[in-house]
Design a protein around this ligand. Sequence first.
Ligand code: NAP
Ligand code: GLV
Length: 265
Amino acid sequence: MAWQPPSNPFQRYPNLKVIFSIGAGVDQFDCESFPNHVRLVRMLDPSITQGMVEYATLAVLSLHRHLPHYLIAQRQAAWQPVPWTPASQCTVGILGLGHLGQAVATQLSYLGFQVAGWNRTHREINGIRCFSGPEERAAFLAETDILICLLPLTDSTRGILNRDLFYQLPRGAKLINAARGAHLNEQDLLQALDEGQLSVAMLDVVEQEPPLKEHPFWQHPGIIMTPHIAATTQKDSGFDVLLENIRRHRAGKQMLGEVDLNRGY
Ligand code: NAP
Ligand code: GLV
């Protein structure tokens, strides 16, 4: 079981049957290098889902209710109310309607937001407007006020948060990235913020973690950064999932969270 795999795992451990990822994401593993008989299993800890629901709620409410503005205003001793709108007038769009995307969508819908999601294959989720595939992406983006990225990192999603995507959102839209830093083109984000196309971003992940001291995100007034803490595996619940999977493997059953090595997630 590993977060970062050791080098040459298949030569070092010739009896290896399964690699369990400690995290939900498996982009740190080279799926193409897996021999046919070795499985890769990602962590489906219910605590990760709970953590991501909490983080997304925190981020959406903070951006929706202008918390970044009030944090800056307070330091300047400025009493500066800005108009707000009820959640029902704000559409949150979620990229990726997998385990985490679906749980987040449902919770935000309970809070009264209009919620839409975009996914590779079509989904039907009560109360959520679901879009799928490249042909429906522009329509999904055009109605999204707050965009949350919850995609796995693969060759088809790397760099997806870029200038082209930002300019398909309504002007002044807000961005939350809780997936992987490499989904985001960081220069394009800075430019979109400078140009007012995006108004603010909350990032739990960045390309290099931690970023260098001189990285512009640290001081940018339009960016809130958290140190990759949105959702981490908890010892107790994560261990239960691991044990269940070992039982399943011994019984010759499908394990929970088995990765499709061709798709990479
Ligand atoms: P998941 O259950 O595998 O869901 C991924 C979803 O993305 C699926 O519904 C999939 O659609 C969709 N998708 C994949 N490629 C796509 C594409 N090219 N275009 C459109 N949709 C695409 O994964 P998850 O458990 O929700 O986790 C998502 C990611 O969150 C993880 O991979 C990890 O990187 C990140 N994460 C971050 C933290 C943190 O603390 N920041 C914590 C946990 C996880 P199909 O089912 O149709 O293929
Ligand atoms: C954390 O980022 C995870 O993938 O579990």
